[in-house]
Design a protein around this ligand. Structure first.
Ligand code: ADP
Length: 215
């Protein structure tokens, strides 16, 4: 079963994916994470990626499709969650084609919603452990690290994503409305769209589990 998580920036796609990965063995394919890994290489492409990501625009479709193809090739028929991908119509068509060539398809597109003010707070308060990738938030009691700025598990200094500023958030949000939101219609017309509100992590996760159970 392959699932697409569709949502505005910082709606909780990553958190829901992690829970599904941990509890149900899905393979988590996050194009944002794959791009952040690619940023560490010191080459021309990394420079281009950094510039685009810090502008809140979308990275070129061909780069994204190559990253997804590589990752899918290692998924060996496992159930996959696509997090933050597809992000425009072109990518959605390319994903359908790619999966069809592997005799696979998308079972469900989950549209995660959250009020914009909360998404903004989640963005600017987000801190990530560079080692285990656990995500914290300094503005929410439940997701603060026990010791300021340190990962509870690895004791590493937490990092802030360079695109997690208010200014870049607004640009990412505009890009989402223009390029990604049309996919809500795309998946609705295919009859595979489900909507889940994510103001409360446990509730949202339970709703997703229920949706998957009914597929
Ligand atoms: P968020 O959903 O919170 O904006 P992501 O980690 O999914 O964060 O994405 C961060 C940035 O990476 C995006 O703003 C965009 O520049 C780039 N990106 C991620 N996924 C894609 C994609 N599928 N297509 C194009 N650009 C992408």
């Amino acid at each position: 079963m392959n699932i697409v998580l569709l949502a505005p920036p910082a709606a909780g796609k990553g958190t829901m994916s992690e829970l599904l990965e941990k509890n149900y063995g899905f393979i988590h394919i996050s194009t944002g994470d794959l791009l952040r890994e690619a940023l560490h290489q010191e080459n021309e492409q990394a420079k281009y990626l950094k510039e685009i990501m810090e502008s809140g625009k979308l990275v070129d479709d061909s780069i994204i499709m190559n990253l997804v193809k590589e990752k899918l090739a290692t998924s060996q028929g496992h159930n996959c969650i696509f997090d933050g991908f597809p992000r425009n119509k072109n990518q959605a068509l390319a994903l359908d084609e790619l999966l069809a060539s592997m005799s696979r398809k998308i079972a469900c597109a989950i549209y995660i919603t959250v009020p914009k003010e909360i998404a903004l707070k989640r963005t600017v308060g987000r801190r990530t452990c560079p080692q285990c990738k656990k995500v914290y938030n300094i503005y929410f009691e439940v997701s603060k690290p026990k010791v300021e700025n340190l990962c509870d598990t690895c004791q590493q200094m937490l990092e802030t994503r360079t695109d997690d500023t208010e200014l870049v958030f607004e640009k990412r949000y505009d890009t989402y409305l223009k390029e990604t939101a049309p996919l809500i219609d795309y998946y609705q017309q295919k009859g595979i769209l489900k909507e889940v509100e994510n103001q409360n992590k446990e509730e949202a996760f339970n709703n997703i589990v229920q949706i998957l159970g009914e597929l």
